[in-house]
Design a binder for this molecule. Structure first.
Ligand code: SF4
Length: 351
């Protein structure tokens, strides 16, 4: 089983907190679509012919800035290059202002079967404060439209820990979100990332920085409501109606193989992590040479063990210590005995 990630590096507006790779100029959009197609062809051997693609994820940036014709070209290349499983999960990230009824119908007809919609908040002042490209009315309407068109797998993103968002308002936000026809929710704490407009505004004392205590209260409220509503909390930031896990993201947490296409996209082949340059123009220049170029880090068995531990512990399934010993040859109780001892005894770090 393998996954495929396709990065669409364009956004209409720069949300002030975001440090993902994207460009607000669409100057290179046609070239990038051709580049993605090129890169898929160049790297198709990454996935062996006997491995089926079980999940495809269009992320960004904002994939919903693509036209259906562009999306069709990318899909066609994917299907020609790989063995795509019949039950493949195809997630498409989108912003509410892009989702007209017609566009939703076309997305469905080209094979998208899961929508990931960046709602973030139902408060218009907060959406403006974050420089989002949509308002709350568009957020609600697009989810209703998506359900009407027949999407039965819809996930939404929300942001908590926003300084001006009271715990009461956050609780109302979560309840309102869960009343929508969605089966999955990702909730992230507002964070102050380096080199973002938010960091600059905080340095200029024009914006307040995130409040950790408030974020902690919001997170506790979220978990309380999720449990009351009978949803599952299956990963630190991810929640769903029972059993409706994200197949694609779960494969990341379970260390499965995936190929990442597009500027800034990361890949994992089981032993190495590989990543593409985070610059649209440079990405295209490199592809012009006819060879896929990326940076690569080879992971030692202990690196892989550490990653497996860290990602596994983010999920409700945790890690199987016996399986770790069999796969990596390390006994966790011996390897991390001093760390485990210190944590258990709340000491200062000396074994
Ligand atoms: S739409 Fe998404 S990727 Fe684009 S700037 Fe906003 S948060 Fe970042």
């Amino acid at each position: 089983m393998a996954g495929l990630y396709v990065h669409i590096p364009f956004c209409k507006k720069a949300c002030f907190y975001c440090d993902f790779h994207f460009d607000v100029s669409f100057k290179h959009k046609d070239a990038i679509v051709s580049g993605l197609i090129n890169e898929i062809k160049l790297r198709k051997e990454f996935i062996s012919s006997n491995e089926a693609i079980e999940s495809i994820y269009f992320g960004g940036g904002t994939p919903s800035v693509l036209s259906i014709a562009e999306l069709e070209q990318i899909f066609e290349t994917i299907h020609v290059s790989f063995d795509v499983a019949t039950e493949v999960e195809v997630t498409f990230e989108c912003n509410p202002d892009d989702l007209s009824l017609d566009f939703l119908k076309e997305l469905k007809s080209v094979g998208v079967n899961r929508l990931s919609i960046g709602l973030q908040s139902f408060n218009d002042e907060i959406l403006t404060w974050m420089n989002r490209s949509h308002n709350s009315q568009q957020s609600v309407q697009c989810v209703l439209d998506a359900a009407e068109v027949g999407f039965d797998k819809i996930t939404i993103d929300l942001i908590y820990g926003i300084p001006q968002l009271s715990d009461t308002e956050w609780r109302e936000t979560v309840l309102r979100a869960l009343q929508l026809p969605v089966n999955h929710l990702s909730a992230y704490s507002l964070t102050l990332e380096e080199n973002t407009p938010y960091e600059k505004l905080v340095k200029q004392q024009k914006y307040e920085k995130p409040n950790n205590d408030l974020a902690s209260d919001h997170y506790s409220s979220l978990i309380e409501i999720i449990n009351q509503q009978g949803w599952e909390h299956y990963e630190v930031s991810n929640f769903c109606k029972p059993g409706n896990y994200s197949k694609h993201n779960t494969s990341y947490w379970q260390n499965k193989k995936y190929l990442g296409i597009g500027p800034s996209a990361h890949s994992f082949n089981g032993e190495s992590r590989l990543w593409n340059v985070s610059n649209n123009a440079t990405y295209l220049e490199k592809l012009d040479s006819g060879v896929a170029t990326y940076e690569q880090e080879n992971l030692s068995p202990q690196d892989r063990l550490n990653e497996t531990l860290l990602t596994g512990l983010r999920t409700k399934w945790g890690v199987n210590l016996n399986a770790l010993k069999t796969i990596f040859g390390y006994d966790i109780n011996t390897l991390y005995v001093s760390t485990i001892h210190c944590t258990q005894h709340d000491c200062t770090g000396n074994p």
